[in-house]
Ligand binder design. Structure first.
Ligand code: BEZ
Length: 210
């Protein structure tokens, strides 16, 4: 069955460029970004993996582990890693799953046969420390993803969990946020003693909590 938001991310064991992992155990108490790319030694994927390696300190700051995946074997990933370092200036610093038997790709619905029946599409799953799926994205092979956007969503999800706020359209770090509708005014007063701006009873704006 297709994975949906709020589901527990399916567990699996896999070979990666950093050795074998059991997925849930490997995530531990962290958040996780699991993302697939169509194929090793392809141009867009090369730029994406270099950029993700560059951004690794940003993921670390947010307690997020990153893991890539494609249906290529581990020795191919390792050879390709040399090209990523050479052309993108950043060496791979996170594991990439070697899913040659498509076990994980099938489990996560990363192969869309009407787009391509052998290669994974560009899927992204953000998984929280309770192993719940909190975001799913699917991009076509020809469009590289925006990993700043993935960091932005992680910031938004972590703010929601910690402070009961949601983030409005085009929100960026430091911008005003919105008190979640499920929080009554009475409870909101306790959380936001400085008050809020109510544009409508359901649209209560506050500065971003620290
Ligand atoms: C790429 O990463 O450049 C790519 C991979 C598969 C199809 C098209 C582009």
């Amino acid at each position: 069955m297709a994975i949906r938001l709020g589901d527990i991310a399916p567990d699996f064991s896999a070979t990666t460029t950093q050795g074998p992992i059991r997925f849930h155990e490997w995530i531990g108490d962290s958040w996780c970004v699991l993302f697939s790319h169509p194929k090793d030694f392809t141009p867009v994927c090369t730029t994406e993996l270099g950029e993700t390696a560059r951004l690794k300190p940003e993921f670390d700051k947010r307690n997020v582990k990153i893991v890539g995946l494609s249906v290529d074997p581990a020795d191919s990933h390792s050879k390709w890693a040399e090209d990523i370092k050479e052309t993108q200036g950043h060496a791979l610093n996170f594991p990439v799953i070697a899913d040659a038997d498509r076990k994980v790709s099938d489990l996560y619905g990363m192969i869309h046969p009407n787009a391509n029946d052998t290669l994974t599409v560009r899927s992204v799953f953000i998984i929280d420390p309770k192993k719940k799926v909190r975001l799913m994205l699917t991009y076509p092979a020809s469009t590289g993803r925006n990993f700043d956007e993935i960091l932005r969503v992680i910031d938004s999800l972590q703010l929601t969990d910690k402070h009961s706020v949601a983030t409005p359209v085009n929100w960026k770090q430091g911008g005003d946020v919105i008190i979640v509708p499920s929080l009554s005014d009475e409870d909101a007063k306790k959380k936001f003693p400085g008050g809020w701006k109510a544009l409508k009873p359901y649209l209560r704006v506050v500065p971003q909590p620290k």
